[in-house]
Design a protein around this ligand. Structure first.
Ligand code: ZN
Length: 266
């Protein structure tokens, strides 16, 4: 029959395993969610560039239309000039052709600028589309990895949860709450072995007067420095000389009355 501290040590193994598995699932979910968000952001950015390109296209067609019209008009005026015999009319026609030349020059400059913008936006869209494809592929890969992780771990998680509830039923409620509190506050390590007189949770030396009590694994004895529940393994191979010597004295220690002021809490 294991002592309550030994049951807690077993419960901790189950809890650590559950915690690692639950974390693996949560991390997978987190990665998929982050990639999903990146895909959305990238899609929005690509759509914004598409809108910009559509507006530039409208502007380009408008400029092209106006340019064609101005060029046609100039050609027509030049044709007319050949038929003009009057100096005054010729002067006016020349003036009109000059103005048309100026207009055509301005339109060409504007059109060039718009075409450059179209080129830039097209390149930007290609870059965004490539990045979007990469992110979507990564998202799909992570999602399938997550499905695999879930398939692999969910039955284990279920089994461990069942083991956990069985173990928990044998533990007193107050003790269980104390253990759970330490487990969550102390990084998933609530029950720690004392090896060679050293607490394996914080590496501090445990006062020797606590050794006998710790060896029995019967009482909740907290490490004076890290406040974790101290535990002794029954396997002497795992202990050092110090543990082993106490191990040998356990039989007689049972009969020894407890110290007047042990640092133990229930
Ligand atoms: Zn400690």
């Amino acid at each position: 029959m294991p002592t309550k501290i030994e049951v807690l040590a077993t419960l901790q193994l189950v809890d650590q395993s559950l915690r690692a598995k639950t974390r693996a699932v949560a991390e997978g979910e987190g990665r998929v969610a982050a990639l999903e968000e990146a895909v959305s952001a990238q899609t929005a950015a690509a759509n914004a560039v598409r809108v910009e390109l559509a507006a530039l296209g409208v502007r380009q067609r408008d400029l092209e239309g106006r340019l064609t019209a101005a060029e046609a008009k100039m050609k027509d005026r030049r044709m007319r000039m050949t038929r003009i015999r009057n100096d005054k009319e010729l002067g006016l026609a020349r003036r009109e052709v000059d103005l048309l030349k100026e207009e055509i020059g301005t339109l060409e400059t504007e059109l060039m600028a718009v075409m450059e913008q179209v080129e830039g936006a097209t390149a930007k869209l290609a870059g965004l589309a490539a990045e979007l494809a990469r992110l979507a592929a990564e998202r799909d890969r992570e999602a399938s990895e997550l499905r695999e992780t879930l398939a692999r771990l969910s039955s284990e998680i279920e089994r461990e949860r069942a083991t956990r509830s069985e173990l928990v039923q044998t533990i007193d409620g107050d003790l269980r709450r104390k253990y759970e509190m330490i487990f969550s506050r102390r990084g998933g390590l609530a029950v720690v072995e004392v090896r060679g007189g050293i607490c394996q949770g914080c590496r501090m030396r445990v006062p020797p007067q606590l050794f006998n009590q710790i060896q029995r694994n019967a009482e909740v004895i907290l490490c004076p420095s890290c406040q974790r529940i101290l535990y002794a393994t029954r396997d002497p191979c795992l202990g050092s000389e110090a543990d082993a010597s106490v191990e040998r004295s356990v039989g007689s220690a049972e009969a020894v009355p407890r110290p007047a002021k042990p640092a133990r809490q229930n």
